[in-house]
Design a protein around this ligand. Structure first.
Ligand code: CA
Ligand code: CA
Length: 666
């Protein structure tokens, strides 16, 4: 039952030794990072990785699949059992959240074969691969949006909310997703084409005045051009231009049925060799747009190109701005049979078949605009079930899926109706307060309260705990680059109930403000420096990376060799979590003495973690600036799993130094 306990105990004694060292360790000192053998990674720790700035394998400065594959040893040493990849699809932006084609990978990152090789190599190390999937919107450059812009004749037109009059269309129920949602965010788009692709019947009538051209959509069989050279009536259709001889069907009446693929339109010619001397017939200026089935007056004086269509200015809805149009899944009751749902699901099937283990779903509270309504959880259940159906064909477990629901815990809770896991933004919100206010006594109560909310919705909710992500000001900035606080943040993350995420660079103490705090998002997406600063994948960050972070001293190599580094704290605490069932799968419960009622020891955060196999751990953090002496009669203090800072036990008394943490098995 507790066969893996031996490892953390040995580790703990080692830690106690190194935590007493006063001098920094020489960077040359060799230290072997822990690696994991099969079955040891119980902690369900996921690493959030930005493909474009993690590791570059080919020297073009842009991170790629092969780069990630070459650094799997590092992720293994860090104890992660899954990687959340930033969007892997082609996109206009560097960050990838404006997907152009969900069924392919971004060639900047490598080929599909490279991606498959990454998945296979990760699986060899018991590391799963989660793809970032964007369901709310596509990029403006998406192949579906390009089709939709052709207008109502396109079967993709209804995949987005495109309207000449959004107010009326919303009010009259044209867009069930947006019902009651006004004004929303709408942006200009040119819809319709001057060209046409399809079968058309052409009829030129030169028998009267005015001379006319009538073009109609046709189901009749397409004809070859007339080979009778006695007929001098031709069509000139789009590119590549070629004179097509028509058939005489009456006195000065000519007809033909053709398959056309024209980017603009058509002209009528009475010569196939010359454009001169009144042989070119077009439309009068200002009246050159065809209406199918209606005769259009022909003119040889100032003849204008005859256009198949007239583009119009319309608007599309986009919750994330003018370059990301939102998808239209219709009423949630019909969503699973909507075009975009089926098309997205087909692409997800492809990646599941390739070996992908799960998805992180972006911006799910924005899919239906009422973020606190019933629709989004219901929609997400449809999506989850659809993907899981595919997954279960080749797996005996359910697929993993985590939603980004960026709200407080009580608003996140209903989303557990749809998904097994959701990010817990309140975790960091509370923890940063705990560490900066040096008040720990309320933390366990708050966290347990959130979990109660989730459990009222779902049997086994999986809160995805985290410090910060790619959209937030870095933890190190919020914690004033205070190393002791940063180490303790890691210790909290690895000892709380849930499944923790580590965001690229967080384990190295990266700092940076995001766009909400007056800088730009690239500043919180800095590349990993591996051995040398010059190797960092800075190429895709628009020149906005922070040079003060890209140094040899902050590198993985340097921090690995420095026993006092933040990275070493991460190694220690992820290992403790991975090898201690009470930490990896335990449920939190309150300590009898050190809890929210004990405000005289307000710097102490304490709780138990108890796993279903009955193993139990006592977790204690002192976030204060002074040592505390705690009376822990009733607890066992002789089996220490891991510690941080200064810890000393005497009988049932525990002295815990400033910014110090410890875990004891019970
Ligand atoms: Ca590259
Ligand atoms: Ca939406």
């Amino acid at each position: 039952m507790k066969k893996i306990i031996l490892v953390p105990v040995i580790l703990a004694s080692l830690l106690l030794t190194i935590s007493c060292r006063k001098d920094p360790v020489s960077p040359d000192e060799k230290w072997v990072a822990p690696s994991y053998s099969s079955g040891e990674k119980q902690g369900n720790i996921t690493y959030q990785l930005l493909i474009y700035s993690f590791a570059d394998s080919d020297g073009d400065g842009i991170g790629d699949f092969n780069g990630i594959r070459s650094r799997l040893d590092y992720l293994d040493a860090l104890g992660v059992s899954a990687i959340w990849l930033s969007p892997a699809h082609p996109a206009d932006s560097y960050h990838g959240y404006d997907v152009q084609d969900y069924s392919t990978v971004n060639p900047k990152y490598g080929t599909e074969e490279d991606f498959k090789a990454l998945i296979d190599a990760a699986h060899e190390k018991d590391i799963k691969i989660y793809m970032d999937y964007v369901l709310n919107h596509t990029g403006k450059g998406n192949i579906w949006f390009t089709e939709a812009k052709k207008g109502r004749s396109s079967d993709k037109f209804g995949w987005y909310h495109i309207s000449a009059d959004p107010v009326t269309d919303i009010a009259t129920g044209v867009f069930p997703m947006l019902s009651g949602y006004y004004p929303g965010e709408w942006y200009d788009v040119t819809v319709g084409e001057i060209g046409y692709t399809g079968r058309l019947h052409f009829k030129v009538d030169f028998s009267g005045s005015p001379k006319t051209l009538t073009v109609s959509r046709s189901e009749a069989e397409a004809q070859s051009p007339n080979s009778d050279t006695s007929v001098s009536m031709f069509l000139w259709i789009g590119e590549p231009g070629k004179a097509v001889r028509m058939y005489r069907t009456g006195t000065d009446v000519y007809e033909i049925t053709l398959d056309v693929d024209s980017p603009w339109g058509v002209l009528v010619r009475t010569s196939d060799t010359s454009w001169d001397g009144g042989t070119k017939w077009g439309a009068p200026r200002g009246a050159n747009v065809l209406t199918f089935g209606q005769p259009l007056t022909l003119s040889t004086d100032d003849a204008q190109d005859i256009l198949f269509g007239s583009p119009s200015q319309m608007k599309f809805q986009g919750a994330f701005g003018s370059w990301m149009p939102d998808l239209n899944f219709g009423a949630v009751s019909d969503a699973a049979s909507s075009g975009p749902f089926l098309a997205l699901a087909e692409t997800a099937d492809k990646w599941i078949s390739l070996g992908v283990d799960g998805f992180r779903l972006d911006a799910v509270k924005h899919i239906y605009p009422n973020e606190r309504g019933e629709e989004n959880p219901a929609f997400l259940k449809l999506w989850y079930d659809r993907c899981n159906e595919t997954f279960r064909k080749t797996h005996s477990t359910d697929i993993y899926m985590v939603g980004e629901v960026w709200m407080d815990a009580s608003s996140v809770a209903p989303y557990y109706k749809g998904l097994p896991a959701c990010f817990e933004f309140d975790f960091w919100d509370r923890l940063k307060w705990v560490l900066n206010q040096r008040t720990g006594c309320y933390f366990a109560k708050d966290l347990m309260g959130y979990r109660e909310l989730y459990r009222s919705v779902r049997n086994a909710p999986v809160p995805a705990t985290k410090l910060t992500n790619h959209d937030e000001t870095r933890a190190a900035t919020i914690l004033d680059r205070n190393l002791a606080k940063l180490k303790q943040a890691a210790a909290f993350l690895m000892t709380a109930e849930g499944e923790p995420y580590i965001y690229q660079g967080e384990e190295l103490g990266y700092w940076g403000k995001d766009s909400d705090d007056g800088d730009c998002d690239e500043k919180v997406r800095t590349p990993i420096v591996w051995e040398k600063a010059t190797d960092a994948a800075t190429g895709d960050l628009n020149g906005h990376f922070d040079m003060t972070l890209v140094t040899d001293e902050i590198s993985v190599a340097h921090q690995t060799s420095d026993s006092g580094s933040l990275l070493r704290t991460y190694f220690d605490w992820t290992r403790a979590r991975n090898t201690t069932p009470a930490l990896s799968s335990g449920k939190m419960s309150a300590h009898g003495r050190y809890n929210e009622s004990n405000t005289s020891d307000s710097s102490v955060a304490a709780w138990y973690m108890t796993s279903s196999d009955g193993s139990k751990a006592l977790v204690i953090h002192n976030v204060g600036q002074s040592e505390v002496t705690l009376d822990l009669s009733g607890d066992k203090l002789d089996n220490q799993v891991v510690s941080l800072g200064s810890v000393s036990v005497s009988g049932s008394s525990l002295k815990l130094g400033a910014s110090s943490s410890v875990v004891f098995l019970q």
